[in-house]
Design a protein around this ligand. Sequence first.
Ligand SMILES: Cc1ncc(COP(=O)(O)O)c(C=O)c1O
Length: 353
Amino acid sequence: MTRYAVDLRSDTVTMPSAAMRRAMADAEVGDDWYGDDPTVDRLQERAAEITGKEAAQYVPTGTMANQIGLRLHVTGSGHLVAATSGAHVASTEPMTSAVLSGITFRTGDPGPRGWMTAELARALVETEDPYDVEVVDLLAVENTVGHAGGTVLPVEELRAIRKVADDNGLPIHLDGARIFNAAVAAGVDVVDYAREVDTMMFCVSKGLGAPIGSLVCGSREQMREARRLKILFGGAWRQAGIMAAAGLIALQDGPGRLHEDHARARALAEGVAERLPGSVDPTSVETNMVYVDPRVAGVEPLEAIERLASQGVGATFVAGKVRMVTHVDVDDEGIAVALDAWRSIVEDRPKEL
Ligand SMILES: Cc1ncc(COP(=O)(O)O)c(C=O)c1O
């Protein structure tokens, strides 16, 4: 049980639904190292179907899915991957890919919405280096863009990035940890995004509500190597069908309700903006994340997080702000609890402000 009345720290904190728990209890399992866990196989087939890719590999974490996805595109060590400076692969995982795959990043600052643009991709890839030493081997994009507030990379922009990649003979890896949130918000199919990239990953453990797991997706040949890498990286997780059973329910029930999380995030942002004008722009909330800067009211973000926690509201410190994320376990009542906590923070702030 969470220690919060409403836990907005992340969409990773969800509890498995009753249907998931039943499916997990009844799951038919095998040994995934040998590739004979039927429930894992079903989840992988479903992931391939839903993304329009030939095959998929089920792995324990989004980080491992990204690391396999990146590694699939490089041979040997000493590779540059182009990404936005805030991208999860470049800001949270760079040491992991340095250690596992000899990769480092060439990054640039994105526009105000945080996503990779074709213009930035071109600037990162087509440099003035006349000696062909610092060669970028891969373009990495993220959707939704977590550090930028869950913003949505539009399909048209991804198509333009694809053109840059093609002009330079480069593959693209998509960190689609929250690609279903992006697809729902953009009103497009996940396949429309997947079509423009060579490999992608998505998490069933975030907005879709499963307790554990991510899927890396690509061609059949890539996924043969992905399986080898999964084992190489220590991800042979044997009777993983117990988890995959919940992943199948997440894929079935998750996408259809994400619009509710997005609406609640917008309502939360509007409520906070009313109480703390200037601390958040509700129109910037595109999916399930709300970033608040309480310093406009003289309150430091870490202090606000502590105050929220003392009133049973979980929030985190990300990108210098207070981050709150809606998910399947947050209802309207939870939003009201959070807004009450924000009201008391405003009421108790130092009077001279
Ligand atoms: C955009 C993005 N990519 C990848 C990951 C890594 O996922 P995991 O925590 O399952 O390793 C996260 C985690 O929050 C994320 O937000």
